[in-house]
Design a protein around this ligand. Structure first.
Ligand SMILES: Cc1cc2nc3c(=O)[nH]c(=O)nc-3n(C[C@H](O)[C@H](O)[C@H](O)COP(=O)(O)OP(=O)(O)OC[C@H]3O[C@@H](n4cnc5c(N)ncnc54)[C@H](O)[C@@H]3O)c2cc1C
Length: 398
């Protein structure tokens, strides 16, 4: 394994500001047109990914030597916030393309970098992160298993809820060596979408994030070349939960900030226009205070997310727990903000003709991405109690 490329350093501020303006205009114009089409057609038109790729939006956060724009992580998040103001399916394409290369890259051999990372960066090789199973907990509990025969693994088991699981080029899939239990014995594989002995079904319509396909996959002794293993055999979950998860959680937290800001903008606009009993809602304390609380809530989350991102960029150990904190705080904030934003719209906000209706539904999905709140709290609690347990243990020894 050679060292993965790092994205760091300064950005050209003038060029960055114009990129930000360009993305904000894209989201407000083309983004709204795509939103209308996705909600109407209940599918993501293939032209969307192609347009995002042609505009260079799928490779903003990747290193220049890989063909990306080399924008450092914390600055990329400023742009991700803007994309997250759009439809969840558009945000998902941009977010995954700008992040999944990182998961593969840090474990890739030079040959795997050529085959998997570079296509993922230039948008030609769509990689679907394939962990969740219908019959096991997410993580060391997983049950998909492989049996090795010579240079081939035979993969059996089930996965579901997999974003882009139907329309992808590879599944970055986590399984275990037959006969093992727990985190030991796990394996990460880059499984070719055209592998035989795999049944792939689209899971159909979901509450939000409409249009994006979510795959239910059943493997029955599907052959996977051993050379398509990522990282060490037996340590597959390091690929899923290693260095990749921290930036990925921080990025999901920022998508919550962007969507919350969109809800807030819609609510503010509505409240300024809607007149009841002779006054616009914006002049009613009940409504204006609700939106003032939203503004403070969004800003607090944004700053925590950016703080976590900068700690990660600086290589600080607390970045991991900060990533869980930022995801927990941002997703709870998004729940509060979208609820108040819908309330400020009154009953009309409940109808699909109001943009807030779609924003409210899309927001609910965020509570499952990159670990639920329950999982984030488990991680944070571990950090809370680690020093306390250490002190007690020291006293007992003394
Ligand atoms: C829109 C969307 C897109 C997704 N995309 C992907 C994807 O691309 N790839 C992928 O692999 N997965 C994906 N998922 C799945 C997602 O990661 C899981 O839904 C999430 O991790 C929760 O796992 P689960 O659904 O199996 O819930 P379960 O494990 O069944 O949990 C149910 C509830 O119990 C809680 N719980 C479970 N175990 C514990 C525990 N030990 N302690 C305390 N509480 C617990 C959970 O937090 C949850 O609230 C997606 C989900 C959604 C909604």
């Amino acid at each position: 394994m050679t060292q993965p490329a790092a994205v760091s350093g300064r950005v050209d501020e003038e060029a960055f500001v114009s990129l930000k303006d360009e993305i904000a205009a894209y989201v407000a114009n083309e983004g709204e047109e795509w939103t209308r089409r996705i909600e109407e057609e209940r599918a993501v038109p293939p032209g969307l990914r192609a347009e995002l790729q042609a505009r260079g939006y799928l490779s903003i956060a990747a290193p220049e030597e890989y063909g990306g724009r080399g924008i450092p992580f914390s600055r990329w998040l400023e742009l991700l916030e803007l994309f997250s103001m759009s439809h969840a399916s558009l945000r998902m394409i941009v977010h995954v393309a700008n992040g999944v290369w990182r998961a593969v890259d840090q474990f890739a051999t030079p040959e795997q970098r050529e085959r998997f990372v570079l296509p993922a960066v230039n948008g030609d090789g769509v990689v679907a992160f394939t962990l969740t199973e219908p019959t096991a907990g997410t993580g060391a509990d997983l049950r998909c298993e492989v049996e090795r025969e010579g240079d081939t693994y035979y993969l059996s088991g089930e996965k579901h809820l997999i974003t882009f699981g139907v329309h992808c080029d590879r599944w970055l899939l986590f399984a275990r060596l037959a006969g093992t239990t727990g985190a030991e014995g796990t394996i990460a594989l880059l499984v070719d979408r055209d592998t035989p002995n795999v049944q792939v079904e689209d899971m159909g319509e979901s509450m939000g994030c409409r249009g994006t396909d979510h795959g239910h996959l059943v493997f029955d002794r599907a052959p996977v070349p051993v050379t398509d293993t990522l990282g060490e055999e037996g340590k597959g979950l390091q690929v899923a939960f290693g260095g990749f998860l921290t930036p990925s959680r921080i990025a999901v937290a920022m998508t919550c900030v962007g969507l919350a800001q969109r809800a807030q903008n819609l609510a503010a606009e509505h409240a300024a226009k809607r007149v009841t009993f002779g006054k616009p809602l914006s002049q009613r304390q009940a409504i204006s205070f609700a939106l003032a609380e939203n503004a403070a809530d969004i800003e607090a989350s944004r700053q925590l997310v950016l703080h976590a991102a900068r700690r990660w960029e600086a290589g600080q150990a607390d970045a991991a727990v900060l990533s869980s904190m930022s995801k927990l705080v941002a997703v709870d904030m998004l729940t509060r903000v979208t609820d108040k934003a819908l309330q400020a719209h009154g009953g009309i906000g409940f109808w699909a003709s109001s943009p807030i209706e779609r924003v409210y539904r899309d927001a609910r999905a965020q509570r499952f991405e990159e670990g639920t709140n329950e999982i984030q709290k488990t991680i944070i609690a571990r950090e809370v109690f680690a020093p306390v347990h250490a002190t007690i243990a020291e006293r007992q020894v003394g």
